[in-house]
Design a protein around this ligand. Structure first.
Ligand SMILES: Nc1ncnc2c1ncn2[C@@H]1O[C@H](COP(=O)(O)OP(=O)(O)OP(=O)(O)O)[C@@H](O)[C@H]1O
Length: 479
């Protein structure tokens, strides 16, 4: 029987809800606070979680992803006393199955639960039956596994696919996975980098041309859409296509036919389109730089790739995999990772995602010479500055000596006194050293430009002057 949890701070509602579910034949566990609910989720896997929006100081909406990533990967239904359209939209965008407004009628509740559980069952049957080849995709975080599951489902359909994610999240890797797991896997996978497609030649590169169409057209050219016949065409960075090509593409997507430049005949191609972008397409549609009709055509099947900072569990396996690969390529023995190195990787924000992580590991390997173990001091200066800055800002919440020590060695005499200093004294000393280290780097990087320094550091001019004075740093004579 399905396991259902309700997290709602209204005790009387919990009672009524549990009674309604009992009448529907379900046992429902109820938690009257978010904390209690999250603990309940860690104890036992659930199939379905009803989550209130206003939970004391918390918003249920902020915890949809967390709940969905808990053991059993439950589906989430948001339940709220206020029927705010904005909340409903946000809930669905964040992955909630439905949005119910209190009071919920017995019939609506029954319908909603039965649909959700039926869909959940069908999905798990489908996943159990399908064999998904993840190829070179590394990682086991719940967020990544969910994306992989979805790729498995999407790959078997015939739909066009749109992959969304920040730069370096693996959009091309996932596009290949869609192809490799589809019935077209034995056919070609054609990659088009729309960013580097020269506008004047784009039509001819994509759709082909006849001999003599323009001065350099010495031969007839087939075009990439024809080459992809039977296979998959991957349009990377589709947002960079110019408006004329967007219009032509829309037609090609509708009919799967097109006319090469200067040709009298239409050409047919049975391709499957997978497109990707790291841009905000709805915003581009709003700004008039991306065609709305094309966007609607593309968005029927979307794969969202989460950024690396939201799936911290993938960082170590990825780093280890790429460390082994790089060492093998360079013909050197494998390196070990110290705890402080892995901890530093976990703390960083990875704006460039997996691509940046690979470059970082590569840099650390070169920087470690013949050392067998990588430590945080083998990381690039830029990354260490970011970490130090982060650390200073969050010093009060997460100051722990084992994390700070590798980033910035403690003062030499830190534990040399006979008596162990108080935690407060050590903290003050270490924070002060980190501040000085950061400020020196800041001043050097901004070449003494105080305005730029304030912007980078996110500090007011007065606060920055105060800190510079405290550490006796002369910003005017930065090297
Ligand atoms: N989950 C993963 N497992 C293994 N390697 C990965 C993973 N995700 C990304 N990579 C690697 O990271 C690098 C960047 O990935 P990819 O080119 O697919 O990103 P992208 O999202 O298409 O980036 P961009 O938007 O900049 O084109 C590649 O070397 C890819 O192999």
């Amino acid at each position: 029987m399905a396991r259902i949890l309700l997290i709602d701070d209204a005790q009387d509602f919990c009672l009524i809800f549990a009674t309604m579910l009992k009448r529907l034949g379900f046992d429902c566990i109820t938690s009257t606070s978010l904390e209690a609910g999250l603990q309940e989720l860690e104890k036992n896997p659930f199939d379905l979680v009803f989550l209130d929006v206003y939970l004391g100081a918390h918003s249920g909406l902020d915890h949809i992803a967390g709940v969905m990533n808990s053991p059993g990967n439950p589906d989430v239904i948001i339940i709220s006393a206020s029927g705010s359209g904005k909340n409903a939209e946000e809930a669905i965008q964040l992955g909630s199955w439905d949005f119910l407004v209190k009071p919920v009628s017995f019939t609506d509740l029954e319908k909603c639960i039965s649909r959700c559980l039926k869909h959940r069952e069908a999905k798990s049957r489908f996943i159990a039956e399908s064999t998904f080849h993840r190829g070179p995709i590394i990682g086991g975080s719940p967020q990544l596994l969910r994306a992989i599951q979805w790729v498995g489902i999407v790959a078997r359909s015939k739909n066009n696919v749109l992959i969304l994610g920040e730069t370096g999240t693996g959009k091309e890797l996932f596009a290949r996975a869609v192809h490799e797991n589809s019935e077209r896997s034995s056919q070609s996978f054609t990659v088009v980098d729309c960013t580097n497609l020269p506008t004047t030649l784009a039509q001819s590169i994509l759709f082909g041309h006849e001999k003599g169409t323009f001065t350099d057209a010495k031969e007839r050219r087939e075009g990439l859409f024809k080459q992809a016949d039977g296979g998959t065409i991957f349009l990377d960075e589709i947002a960079d296509l110019d408006m004329t090509i967007q219009k032509a593409l829309l037609r090609v997507l509708q009919d799967h036919t097109f006319r090469p430049l200067s040709s009298r005949n239409e050409v047919k191609s049975d391709f499957r389109l997978v497109a990707a972008t790291n841009r905000d397409l709805p915003q581009m549609v709003h700004d008039g730089t991306f065609r709305q009709d094309l966007y609607y055509r593309l968005k029927s099947c979307i794969i969202n790739l989460p950024p690396l900072r939201e799936r911290v569990d993938d960082i170590a396996p990825l780093a280890i995999h790429y460390m082994k690969k790089i060492c093998k390529e360079q013909g050197i023995p494998k390196k070990r990772f110290s705890d402080d190195y892995l901890q530093a990787l976990r703390e960083y924000h990875w704006a460039g995602n997996v691509r940046e992580l690979i470059n970082t590991v590569n840099h650390s390997i070169s920087n470690s010479f013949d050392a067998k173990t990588l430590h945080s001091y083998h990381l690039s200066r830029e990354l260490r500055v970011c970490l130090v800055k982060n650390n200073v800002e969050n010093a009060d919440q997460k100051l722990t000596t084992d994390f700070i020590q590798p980033l910035s060695s403690l003062p030499d005499d830190h534990f040399s006194q006979e008596e162990l200093p108080t935690f407060k004294e050590v903290r003050k000393k270490v924070v002060s050293q980190l501040e000085a280290e950061y400020l020196l780097e800041l001043v050097n990087r901004t070449a003494g430009d105080i305005k730029a320094a304030c912007k980078v550091a996110g500090l007011s001019r007065a606060r920055l002057y105060e800190l510079l004075q405290k550490h006796e740093i002369d910003y005017k004579h930065a090297s």
